[in-house]
Design a protein around this ligand. Structure first.
Ligand code: ADP
Ligand code: ADP
Length: 230
C-alpha cells in the first residue's frame, strides 16, 4: 500500500469561526518517494504535517498510514503507530540539552521495548550513518547547527520508520550547512527511505521527486510544470 493515503481527508478547526485549514483532498505517497510540500505562511502546511504525522486527527475523510485506517484507532494506538512509523525532523532540532548525542538518539527507542544493549548499538549505528560517530558523546551545546540536525535525523531514523517527516529541516541553517543536510536527505532517498519534506524554500522543494503546493488549505499537485487539483 502507499505509505500515506488521504481519501477525502481534511481538517476544519471548529472555531467559531470555523477555519477550513485543510480542504478535503486525495493525496498519496508511495514507498521510496521524496515528496516536498511548499506553501506560504498560513496556507495550512502545519495542519497538513500534523495530520500526516498523526499529531491531529482529520475532521473529514480517511487517512491510511501503511494501509492502516488511522481513524479507527484509539488515541494511545495512534501515538504508538506514530512512534513506530514516523520519524520527525523539525526546524528547531528539539534535542534534550542535558543528554549527549547518542543518548538523544537512544531515547527515541525507550517506548519501543528495544533491549538496552541493542538501543545503544542502534543509536551508534544511526549516528555513524549521519557522519557523527566521533561526536556521539558530545552535548548538543557543543555541536554546530548542522551537527545538531544530523543528530535529529539519526534520532528520527533509529526507530526504522516508514516515513521521514521533515518540517523546514534547513530553516535554522546557513546555506552551506543546509546543503549538507539536503545531501543527507538525498542519500536517504537513494537508499529507499520515503520522505515528506515541508518547506517554503523553493531550493529545498527542488530536491523532491515530486512537489505538492498548498494554498489556502488546498493541495495542488505539480505534474510536469502543470498544476492539477490533488
Ligand atoms: P502554515 O503552517 O502554512 O503557516 P497552518 O496550518 O498553521 O499554516 O494554518 C492554516 C490556517 O489554519 C491558518 O488560517 C491558521 O490561522 C489556522 N489555524 C491553525 N491552527 C489553528 C487552530 N488551532 N485553531 C484555529 N485555526 C487555526
Ligand atoms: P518550526 O518548524 O516552526 O520551528 P517546531 O520545529 O518548533 O516548529 O515544531 C513544529 C510543531 O511540532 C510544534 O507544534 C511542536 O509542538 C511539535 N513538535 C515539536 N517536537 C515534537 C516531537 N518531538 N514530537 C511531536 N511533536 C513535536
Amino acid at each position: 500500500p502507499p505509505v500515506v493515503e488521504f481519501r477525502g481527508t481534511g481538517l476544519t478547526y471548529p472555531g467559531p469561526p470555523a477555519v477550513r485549514a485543510l480542504r478535503p483532498c486525495h493525496f498519496s505517497v508511495r514507498p521510496g518517494e521524496f515528496v516536498t510540500v511548499v506553501g506560504p505562511s498560513g496556507s495550512g502546511k502545519s495542519t497538513f504535517l500534523n495530520v500526516v504525522g498523526l499529531l491531529d486527527a482529520p475532521t473529514e475523510g480517511t487517512y491510511l498510514l501503511d494501509g492502516i485506517d488511522t481513524g479507527r484507532l484509539a488515541e494511545h494506538e495512534r501515538a504508538a503507530l506514530r512512534g513506530r512509523r514516523i520519524g520527525f525532523v523539525f526546524q528547531s532540532f528539539h534535542l534534550l540539552p542535558h543528554r549527549t548525542a547518542v543518548e538523544n538518539v537512544q531515547l527515541a527507542m525507550v517506548y519501543r521495548r528495544v533491549p538496552r544493549a541493542e538501543r545503544r548499538e542502534r543509536a551508534r549505528t544511526a549516528l555513524a550513518r549521519v557522519g557523527l560517530a566521533h561526536r556521539a558523546d558530545a552535548l548538543p551545546t557543543r555541536l554546530s547547527g548542522g551537527e545538531r540536525q544530523r543528530v535529529a535525523v539519526a534520532r528520527a531514523l533509529v526507530a526504522r520508520p516508514s516515513l521521514l517527516l521533515c518540517d523546514e529541516p534547513t530553516g535554522n541553517l546557513d546555506t552551506a550547512t543546509a546543503g549538507e543536510i539536503l545531501r543527507l536527505l538525498d542519500e536517504l532517498h537513494g537508499e529507499g527511505m520515503t520522505l515528506l519534506v515541508i518547506t517554503h524554500d523553493p531550493a529545498v522543494a527542488a530536491h523532491g521527486s515530486r512537489t505538492v503546493s498548498i494554498r489556502d488549505g488546498r493541495l495542488t499537485e505539480t505534474v510536469r510544470d502543470r498544476e492539477v487539483p490533488a
